[in-house]
Design a protein around this ligand. Sequence first.
Ligand code: 13P
Ligand code: SF4
Length: 324
Amino acid sequence: MPVSLSTAASLYDRVRRVIPPIEWPAFTDDIDAILALKRQHNAVILAHNYQTPEIFHCVADIVGDSLALARKAMSVDADVILLAGVHFMAETAKLLNPGKTVLIPDLGAGCSLAESVTAEDVRLMRQRYPGVPVVTYVNTSAAVKAESDICCTSSNALQVVESLGAPRVIMLPDEYLARNIAAQTKIEIIAWKGHCEVHERFTPTDIRELREAHPGVTVLAHPECPPEVVAEADFAGSTAAMSDYVGRHKPARVVLMTECSMSDNVAVEHPEVDFVRPCNLCPHMKRITLANIRTALEQNRHIVTIDADVAGRARRAVERMLAI
Ligand code: 13P
Ligand code: SF4
């Protein structure tokens, strides 16, 4: 059943500040179809904060950062979970709700961090540092999680590291997240050499130039940014923490040192805040589109599967994190 004109109009009202009127007609057909397909297949769409506004605000049922999506995936009652995000997020949803069909619209939606480390690398690190616990960022494959003691996200990394009662921990694969956490704790952190290809491109000079061009601007950074960038920012936190910061402090002018769609999605909620927009696109997140979400629901693809032995061990590491 097509969305009624009034529903389409009210959806556009929501996103009119971030989607120009000339672009909107290109989306309505797919939005109509996706809303109908969700009802037909008893499906829900989980969307990460980096999804484009026509996905995030118009077809998603549940939105958030990696931690929120993992928590919410656990209690989804529908038959099908479609993950509008990258592959490790879909795997995490499958780990936590294995009875559901989990779909990802494009199998190529990867992550440079997840690519930077293998299960064999983790086994070698354990041999090199016997007895040192391994904390693995969720931005990894299930096979890597399966070799780990516990997972973390950018929301809870400090808490997870401090929960282990160990004087030193291995933290992988994000070198910058590890160094940003090391700056906040007495626990010794052994880092890996992975980087997020989006956040590693920001520099302290970018921030200084922004402050000169936009006096008084509040600068928020994701902890996947290099430590020198985090040091120049006014606040660093996960995508959800940055969004909360804007809601709580309502800065007159703000810049988010992160993926481009974040500013659009947060701007929809806070019309009174002026967003300065230098940002970097994540090519993996941008593989997800309304068109391939529609096809995924129509054709029940691509179904996420995880080897049972790997899944059992990976689930333990994720559940241990969620228990904190
Ligand atoms: P968050 O957990 O902060 O949403 O980050 C996920 C991610 O991929 C950031 O690049
Ligand atoms: Fe991975 Fe960076 Fe893209 Fe997040 S923004 S999915 S960490 S490449």
